[in-house]
Design a protein. Sequence first.
Length: 321
Amino acid sequence: MVNANYEYTQHLMGTTVSLMLLEPNETAVQSVFETIKILEYKLTVNRPLSEVMSINLAAGQHPVTVSRPVFSLIEQAQKVSLHFNSCFNLAIGPLVKLWKIGFQGDQVPSVKLIKQQLLLTDPKNIELDANKHTVFLKKTGMEIDLGAIAKGYIADVIKSILLQYQVYKGIINLGGNVFALGSSLTDDNGYWHIGLRKPFSTDDKLSGVIKVINKSVVTSGIYERFFIQNGHLYHHIFDPQTGYPLDNELESVTVISDSSLEGDIYSTVFYGWGLDKSREYLQKHPNLSAIFLLKNKTIALVNPNNFIFQKSDKQYTIKLN
Ligand code: AMP
Ligand code: MG
C-alpha cells in the first residue's frame, strides 16, 4: 500500500483504520477518528448496545426511534435488499449470528436451525416510518446487520470530513475498504497505488496493484472471514435464499466507484451474482468498474477505463472484459 507521508492508525470497527495524508493535520484526523467511533457505536451489532442493537432487541415488540444517519442507511439498505433480493439482505442477522463465521464457536449449523432462521430474514418485515424515524422489526428474533455496507458508508463520511478540513489528497483505509482521495504526488500521472491482497495468502502477498485517482476501492472476499470443516470452506457472505455461504467461482470482487457506499453494496451484490451476471450489469453501468478474482486463478477486469491494474502474482492470468 502506498505512499503518503503522514500515517495515522487506530484499531476501530474490529480492524486497523488508517489515514495517510500528505501533510500533518491533527485536527482533521481527530475529527475523523471521533466520527468513526460515534458511527461505530450507532451501527454495530458486535456490541451489546448500539442503535441497530436497540432495533434488534425490540424485534416483535415495538418500533425504535433512531438517528437520521442510521435511519437513512437502513432505508437505503432495505431498498437494495428488495431490489437485489437474490443476494443482498440487510435482515440477514439471524443467519450471521447462527453461523458465527469469524467469531468464536463457528461451525456448520443444523439444517433445521438454518431453516428456522431463514424465516426471520424477510426484509419486507422491516417497517420504516420516515416521519418519526422509527424502525420496527415485525417478528421476534429478526436482526438487521449492516456489515455489508457500514464501512462504505463511513468511508464516504470520512471523505467529506477531510474535504471540510481542506484535505484534498490522501488514503482512507478501513481495513480493506479504501478511498483514494484526489491524486497522488508520487506517481507521475497522479495515480494512487492500492494493493489488492492475494486471496488466502498468509504473509500479506498482493495479487496486484490497483491504480486510481479519486475513487473508492472496496473488496468483498471469501478469504476475509471463513472456517474449514470436513475439507469444505465456509465464508461470511450468505445466500439469502438458502442460508448457506454463497458458493460460486469467485474468490473476491473489488468495486471501483465514486461512492464507497455504492462500492460496498456492489462488492457484496456482485459476489452473489458471480462474474457473468455482474459483467452484464456493469456493461450497462460504465461509472462502476470491477476486478474479479476467480478460483481458477484468472482475473477479470470489467470497465477498466476507471483504473489501471498491474498484476504482481504469477499464478493469476488477466482476462479483459
Ligand atoms: P462484505 O464483506 O462487504 O461483502 O460484507 C459481508 C458482511 O455482510 C458479513 O460479514 C455479514 O455481516 C453481512 N452479510 C453476509 N451476507 C450478506 C448478504 N447476503 N447480504 C447482506 N449482508 C450480508
Ligand atoms: Mg460490501
